[in-house]
Design a protein around this ligand. Structure first.
Ligand SMILES: [Zn+2]
Length: 336
């Protein structure tokens, strides 16, 4: 699990029709400022501006109001009407978590016994039509994550979208990674279009995570995960990594749900053992080897480990977190 930026700037995306006009840029900055200051009522006044038609937050807002008006169950409908929808759509991860806490008794699958399906279907449909099936907006959504090459859940698979002018066979010109709902839309339909609930992910993680109730199961979203919330730990032996463990400092269940430990053990321990074999010639008593780590610069690290050194770059290349944790563990050995 790799941390992903959840700042206000990363919660605003839009069509590109007039994006170079100075007034458009000013308008966009006002949206971002309002989000930063949690001034959601100001978004209510901005929604009638001519540029508003280009912004996902206002497009979604309008369609959601129409969706809510179709709901026949009066309890669900009243609760949905009472929500601050700008907060639901562009609030921070912490804010949407609060929204679950405040509304789960009426708006989550666990507690609704009647008419849940109607409510869920309306929001599924909104998500399909307004984002996942809306080519232009979907492309802009993925542009928010242009610095992220690798699935933030597993740090194993690439998630870059492909946009091609022509395609051999069929009309599969554009291919995107999956859009993953951290809190499943099948349990919390009202968060179907909330930006802080959405992340690009590999198909594998999206599938394996599926309908797990991440709110109840104590999982951490890449939007909230912090340095040191978990780390890889290695059982080191002569010339070999025997076992890879994934240790969580917060008792979060991400590794268990995503089967990360077993995946890393069965598939990726080979990769780090190859580094051991080819470059490190590691033995615990090898003084030269341990001394080498005392002088390892960022550039040296890149050469030896063939990966990024800084945490902010971990989303750029697969297995970067595991590789860095291996380095940290070995370099700690030298001081013992
Ligand atoms: Zn993944």
């Amino acid at each position: 699990m790799i941390s992903v930026d959840n700042s206000a700037e990363k919660r605003v995306f839009h069509l590109i029709e007039k994006e170079n006009e100075p007034n458009f840029i000013k308008f966009k900055n006002e949206i971002i400022e309002s989000i930063k200051n949690k001034n959601y009522s100001n978004l209510g006044t901005l929604k009638d501006d001519e540029y508003a038609k280009q912004f996902s937050v206002f497009i979604f807002y309008e369609k959601i109001q129409i969706g809510i008006s179709k709901i026949t169950n009066s309890i669900i409908k009243t609760q949905l009407e009472s929500l601050d929808w700008f907060k639901v759509l562009v609030g921070s991860f912490e804010e949407i978590k609060e929204l679950i806490r405040d509304n789960e008794y009426i708006l989550s699958r666990r507690y609704i016994v009647t008419d849940f399906e109607e409510y869920k279907d309306i929001f599924e449909d909104l998500y399909e039509k307004q984002l996942s099936g809306n080519k232009k907006l979907k492309k802009q959504f993925f542009n928010l994550f242009e610095n992220i090459n690798v699935c933030p859940y597993c740090n194993r698979n690439f998630v870059n979208p492909i946009y091609k002018e022509n395609s051999v066979g069929g009309d599969n010109k554009n291919q995107s990674p999956d859009i993953e709902h951290f809190f499943p839309k099948s349990i919390y339909p009202f968060l179907s279009l909330s930006i802080s609930n959405l992340l690009p992910s590999c198909a594998f993680c999206n599938k394996i995570k599926s309908d797990v109730d991440t709110f109840r199961e104590n999982c951490l979203s890449p939007y909230e995960i912090k340095n040191g919330d978990f780390r890889f730990d290695f059982t080191l032996d002569l010339n070999q990594v025997k076992k890879v463990k994934l240790i969580s400092n917060t008792n979060c269940k991400n590794s268990k749900i995503l089967h990360l430990e077993s995946l890393y053990n069965t598939v990726h321990s080979k990769y780090i053992n190859d580094i051991f074999e080819n470059d490190l010639k590691y033995t615990p008593k090898n003084k030269d080897f341990l001394d080498k780590f005392k002088i390892l610069t960022e550039e040296d690290y890149k050469k030896v480990f063939r990966n990024y050194y800084k945490e902010e770059d971990f989303n750029k290349q697969p297995l970067s977190k595991m590789t860095k944790d291996l380095y940290n563990q070995i370099s700690n050995l030298k001081s013992k």
